[in-house]
Ligand binder design. Sequence first.
Ligand code: UD1
Length: 417
Amino acid sequence: MDKLIIKGGVPLKGTINVSGSKNAALPILTACLLAKGPVRLTNVPRLRDINTTLKLLNILGCETTFEDNVVTAQVKELKPEAPYELVKTMRASVLCLGPLLGLLGEAKVALPGGCAIGARPVDLHLKALERMGAKFILDSGYIHGICGGLVGARIMFDFPTVGGTENLLMAASVAKGCTILENCAREPEVVDLANFLIAMGARIRGAGTSVIEVEGVRELKGCEYRVMPDRIEAGTYLVAGAITDGELKLVDCPLEDLDALVTKLREMNVYVEKQTDGTVLVHRNGPLMGVDVVTQPHPGFPTDMQAQVMALMCVAEGSGSIQEKIFENRFMHVSELGRMGARITLKDRTAMVRGVEHLEGAPVMASDLRASASLVLAGLVAKGTTEIQRIYHLDRGYERMEEKLSAVGAIIRREPE
Ligand code: UD1
């Protein structure tokens, strides 16, 4: 296991290229299971979760290659079982339920693991697939689903679940008849998956709104597709520019997908604007101010940016609050930030943050993906040295983070623990 060592206090200056989106690439890779012909995906980030998904595809009978951010995939012979060894490390594995049931009429997928940020059940995925004719039993830690072909249905999600919407989009694309999905997740990654499925020949209308209509087709063909840029990685680097009082330019930054974050950053006194050359410039406009943030499904403030903005609020003037409405237990970074001198009090799902003049470097422990990013950000501004252990979480979601940060001046290095 590696650790990151950061010497804080350097204002970051320069240009960072935003990588392809992890959360778009994962469902898109899984959707390759549906293609009859070869698929070529570009802008795929080199991350641990991507490698895990490629292994999963191989086990399920889809051959892949991965070089220079390009994945090729070709289904040979589909198999229905996703083993525990892979699924336990990545919750998104559950996304193969939809394609497997749709094509094979059977799927056996281990109950997922992933980030330890709450219960994160998959009941909404299962309930929706049941509406299309699937039957599930829980068998020794595996979800075993069977159907005699999925049939289109009208499905209302109890909550706009991202993974659930994606699973059903894939299932409905190859089901018999028309499916109407209501109260869908409106995240840009759902739209990217829908656009990919459409490029393969699927008939989908309304992705990005709460109601999506899918007319099932007999088969989907191969295609070439570029994965959207990662809005959460981009958001993390926007915060990096602001927290270090530096000036960063982001290339391929999907600002239009970051409205809620950018609104809060501007309230905090951070300048974020698209430039005429298409890059996005970020720097402080004045002293950072505390704000109140509530995480919500898209287009609300993304839960995946909550921890990073909390780090920023730790060094802002005055107080602010962060209410977490998506995941009940996504505050593991609070105690670690506290070890660095942050003043945060937690009550139920709300963190009250009182800004301090400076954070102090300290040994801290990464607990989940975005929590790790918040500790890196805190380390970049803290006085002295911060040592972040267990950074394998970061490697799940940020492509070459320490390289990108050192290229803009950060003093950061990776060492074996
Ligand atoms: C995706 C993202 C994750 C992000 C989250 C919310 C990927 C790979 N991951 O996760 O980074 O933080 O969206 O934006 O894209 N829920 C249920 N039952 C279900 C499904 C979800 O109760 O069947 C609950 C979850 O426990 C959670 C909430 O709904 O509290 C949101 O989950 P969901 O939108 O499904 O998130 P993921 O797809 O897991």
